[in-house]
Ligand binder design. Structure first.
Ligand SMILES: Cc1cc2nc3c(=O)[nH]c(=O)nc-3n(C[C@H](O)[C@H](O)[C@H](O)COP(=O)(O)OP(=O)(O)OC[C@H]3O[C@@H](n4cnc5c(N)ncnc54)[C@H](O)[C@@H]3O)c2cc1C
Length: 509
């Protein structure tokens, strides 16, 4: 089988030899494949999904890449002409490495492994620029959190500096661009090609086993694992994340079943990171059980800092305004999961409904002119809801509400969590409720790699022939996560793993 980049049926059954085998076909894998190819290696990409569903979680994503930069002027040369037109309407503060590192440390309780965290931060901008040079298109994140049409004329819309840049047309555009580049480079991709095992000799990886309907095939070469986490597998979620996680909704691809992760652990790779933790967000309660490509990430619900988040008992259970939303959303799903039936609702009043993310249009809100009626529609005890809101309202300070930055409007109602920013009274009908549940995005526990993307064994020794990048790796994120660091992690370590794998394979020739 030669040349074609869209192969699905290998025509040999006795095995294949290539220089570098990349397992998976999301952002991390495709960056690794390109880098290995450019380093002179013959590369084969193995994708478990069929062609129509290729691209993993990366394709479902919002495409946000958290990277160090010097402010709007430094991002403009990267973005499309269309996106550059927003330059006069937005403001983006510089995002230095110190702030990136600080936000990563804050989100992860300082647990992110220092060597990995430094690499992620320090190589972030160079990696985005490298992707741009290779043909990945970029844009400002205008329109994600706030509908720009709603910004008053003459006002500049401030983008969160760590979340200001995304691939053009989000994850769909990212995967389209990466595949266009991979295919132009004539890198071969097998679809419907799930890897079920590693071919090992001692602690050296010699290749992988691919499952085909008529039998397994061995593909030999230096291996880069980029097959995602275990978030789509209810049995592994229950086993590692704990009781109740088997039932949560999955935001992304159905193919990240953890098969390769388990195979690598069985082969002696070292587990690291937060195995009981995951990225999980407030998701529309009516979202499908597993991500659908027609919706990608449009069922997510991140405008809760302007709302109250309440459970079935009519009680608040988080600080909705703890920080900018990109630093809290990834743990808020876990808080929702802990509520009765993993269910909650976001309560807005007429003062803030214009601030809802445009994607709320995919939801079906419940609306009423008074809280008891709304409670009835939601199946919540009316008196409990009224009591909660009245207690909250009584604690709200006077002051200027500013939706675009942490405004310090803090309420500390007795018997409730504080609301550290954006604490405005909920007092202006109509009242609008969006029911939400927990949606898992990806898992935090994974394979231990060094800061070059080489997989380490349980004794901390490099496993020859085995590299990894992306969601399948651990040690980066714990408890929480700053938005956009997942794609950047995959690309930064994709380049390192791809380079390392190519060098290792060429040295063997
Ligand atoms: C709705 C949503 C929105 C998101 N938004 C953002 C965002 O804006 N910014 C951000 O940084 N992160 C975001 N994320 C997280 C981000 O998508 C992931 O962190 C990132 O895509 C992981 O990349 P990856 O290449 O490691 O994994 P994936 O992109 O998931 O790729 C894994 C690949 O491995 C394949 N695979 C799985 N098992 C096997 C097997 N046994 N054999 C062969 N192949 C296999 C899969 O089919 C897939 O192609 C979002 C995620 C979701 C679901």
């Amino acid at each position: 089988m030669t040349g074609t980049a869209v192969s699905t049926e290998p025509d040999r059954t006795d095995g294949w030899d290539v220089d570098v085998v990349v397992v998976g076909a999301g952002n991390a894998a495709l960056v690794a494949a390109l880098t290995a190819h450019e380093s002179g290696a013959r590369v084969l990409v193995l994708e478990a999904a069929p062609h129509a569903e290729r691209g993993g979680n990366s394709r479902f994503s919002g495409g946000i890449f958290r990277c160090v930069h010097d402010g709007l002027e430094s991002l403009l040369p990267l973005v499309t002409d269309e996106s550059r037109q927003w330059a006069e309407h937005v403001q983006v503060d510089p995002y230095p490495a110190t702030r990136y590192r600080d936000e990563l440390d804050r989100a992860t309780d300082g647990r992110s492994e220092p060597g990995l965290a430094d690499r992620l931060v320090d190589d972030s901008f160079a990696t985005v620029r490298w992707m741009a040079e290779h043909g990945v298109r970029w844009e400002l994140t205008v329109g994600k959190l706030i509908d720009p049409e709603r910004i008053p004329a003459g006002e500049r819309y401030s983008l969160p500096p760590g979340g200001a840049l995304r691939s053009a047309n989000e994850g769909v555009g990212l995967v389209e661009d990466l595949f266009r580049i991979v295919e132009a480079a004539d890198i071969e991709v097998w679809y419907d090609a799930p890897v079920v095992d590693l071919v090992m000799s001692g602690s050296t990886c010699q290749g992988v086993t691919v499952r085909r309907p008529d039998g397994d095939i061995e593909v030999r070469g230096v291996v880069v694992l980029a097959a995602g986490g275990f978030e789509a597998n209810p049995e592994l979620r229950q086993r590692w994340l704990g009781p109740g996680w088997d039932l949560v909704k999955v935001r992304g691809t159905r193919f990240n079943m953890g098969t390769v992760l388990v195979a690598a652990l069985d082969a002696g790779a070292q587990p690291t990171g937060h195995w009981g933790g995951c990225h999980a967000v407030p998701l529309d309660a009516a979202a499908p059980a597993v991500g659908e490509l027609r919706l990608t990430d449009r069922m997510s619900r991140y405008s809760y800092p302007y709302a109250l988040l309440l459970n079935r008992a009519g009680e608040r259970f988080v600080d909705e305004g703890e920080d900018e939303v990109w630093l809290t959303y990834a743990k808020t799903g876990t808080a929702v999961r802990a509520q009765d039936k993993a269910w909650a609702f976001q309560l807005f009043d007429a003062k803030t409904t214009h601030l809802l993310e445009p994607r709320y249009s995919t939801g079906t809100p419940l609306t009423a002119d008074d809280l008891p009626t709304l409670a009835g529609l939601l199946g919540v005890d009316p008196q409990a809801l009224v009591d909660t809101v009245e207690t909250f309202n009584a604690a709200c300070p006077d002051g200027d509400f500013d939706p675009f930055r942490t405004d310090g409007l803090r309420a500390a109602p007795p018997g409730q969590p504080a609301k550290s920013n954006w604490a405005q009274r909920i007092d202006t009908p109509p009242y609008v409720a969006y029911p939400v549940t927990c949606g898992i995005t990806f898992t935090y526990g994974g394979l231990k790699i060094d800061d070059s993307g080489r997989v380490l064994d349980v004794a901390g020794r490099v496993m020859p022939g085995l590299h990894a990048t992306g969601e399948i790796t651990g040690g980066f994120f714990f408890h929480n996560y700053p938005a956009g660091a997942g794609l950047t992690r995959g690309a930064v370590f994709g380049r390192l793993a791809g380079q390392g794998a190519a060098a290792e394979s060429l040295a063997r020739r």
